[in-house]
Write a protein that binds this ligand. Structure first.
Ligand SMILES: Cc1ncc(COP(=O)(O)O)c(C=O)c1O
Length: 388
């Protein structure tokens, strides 16, 4: 059996991920795990909220009869109604259970949406820097990713987006709070985007929101669906409940999309034939009950402050992000891959900005114990000294 040419070339394109992984394993074996500072993975290190674990305990108990069988492919009506109720409160729009499909995380929601909307050669705009999996989600369904640069503050650049729209453009992906930059898109920017897209009725926004509840400094992330009429929300509890391994999320089609019923049926079918069939039953019941519980942004905010302030004191350019759980400092030399190699020599693993389509930066995940950040600081100082 041979691996397909498509997957072979996708694996080649993503080989830096494998290299980082191998580098981490090598370093740990060589130096011992406690002398390696791994900031590569956005995998929540805290335990889920008590409320969630208690709801899980109840969901695992007897429950209603027959709650472990196949169900409608869109999910339990009760879970979908619970999500719709929260969306009504957040947006003021008349969402109902009929607009909501329970999915295997935000990744599942995006794949379902792309499967339902893309024909071969259709284009999807993503904003640079971007979550690298987007390319694969789009290509999975015959689409073509069109990367568009953001401005200096990593906010959407309306002129560049307008220039990138063609008759083949089907969707624009927004991700606020953003991985990797932590940028949160302002209401003004979203309103500008809404005005721009009013002139392009074939373009739908996919709002990928797994970090929605992780916003710092007491702020809240504006909701794209409340502002831009043709919006699909792709959301999950992976990050905000620290349950990324459980694979639970949802896709919500805005009631302002005229053909929402037809699209909902297509997405439900896509959920089935992509092999997800339906989102995990037990977690649908948990999020129906405890879907508002979160791990909170406070712990990440404290680590953000510690990390960014320490790096800035040394001489790095490391502005504080507004949300999510990463920091995205500039590398002190333009060649981010070369600087990442220097960090490796110091026992630090970081993801190069090039992996997200923007060289000259590095992504450091805050999903590590505070003391890992503290102990890593002398190594960051030595790496900086090496290029000065
Ligand atoms: C921007 C972004 N979108 C989607 C995902 C996928 O998340 P989920 O676990 O909800 O599928 C991730 C996970 O890291 C992410 O960072």
């Amino acid at each position: 059996m041979s691996v397909s040419r498509t997957v072979t070339s996708q694996l080649d394109g993503a080989s830096w991920i494998r290299r980082m992984f191998e580098e981490g394993a090598r370093l740990r074996a060589e130096r011992g795990a406690d002398r390696v500072f791994d900031f590569t993975l956005g995998n929540p290190e805290v335990e889920p909220p008590e409320l969630v674990l208690a709801a899980l305990g109840r969901a695992a108990g007897a429950g209603e009869g027959h709650c472990h069988r196949y169900m409608p492919n869109a999910g339990f009506p009760s879970a979908r109604e619970a999500v719709a109720e929260r969306l009504r409160a957040r947006t003021g729009l008349p969402y109902t259970a009929a607009h909501v499909l329970m999915t295997c995380g935000s990744a599942g929601a995006m794949n379902v949406a792309f499967k339902a909307m893309l024909d071969p050669g259709d284009e999807v705009i993503v904003l640079v820097p971007y979550f690298p999996e987007y390319r694969f989600y789009i290509e999975n369904h015959g689409g073509r990713m069109v990367p568009v640069e953001t401005d200096d503050a990593f906010q959407p650049d309306l002129e560049r987006i307008a220039a990138a729209i063609t008759p083949r453009t089907k969707a624009l992906v927004l991700n606020s709070p953003n991985n990797p930059t932590g940028a949160v898109y302002s209401e003004r920017t979203l309103a500008g985007l809404g005005a721009l897209l009013a002139g392009h009725p074939d373009v739908t926004v996919l709002s990928d929101e797994p970090y929605r509840g992780l916003v710092f400094d007491g702020r809240q992330a504006p909701t794209p669906a409340a502002i831009i009429p043709r919006t699909l929300v792709c959301d999950s509890w992976s990050k905000v409940m620290a349950i990324a391994g459980e694979r639970i999320g949802y896709l919500a089609i805005s009631p302002r999309v005229a053909e929402w019923r037809e699209f909902f049926d297509a997405c439900t079918f896509a959920n089935r034939i992509l092999g997800f069939v339906n989102a995990t039953a037990i977690w649908q019941r948990v999020v129906a009950e405890a879907g508002e519980a979160t791990i909170g942004a406070e712990a990440y905010q404290a680590k953000r402050d510690l990390f960014c302030e320490a790096l800035e004191r040394m001489g790095y350019v490391a502005p504080k992000p507004a949300g999510a759980f990463y920091i995205f400092p500039r590398t002190p030399i333009p060649d981010d891959m070369a600087f990442i190699r220097l960090l490796v020599k110091e026992g630090i693993l970081a993801v190069p900005g090039s992996g997200f389509g923007r060289g000259g930066y590095m992504r450091l995940a805050l999903t590590v114990p505070r003391e890992t950040i503290e102990r890593s600081l002398p190594a960051f100082e030595r790496a900086l000294a090496a290029v000065r």
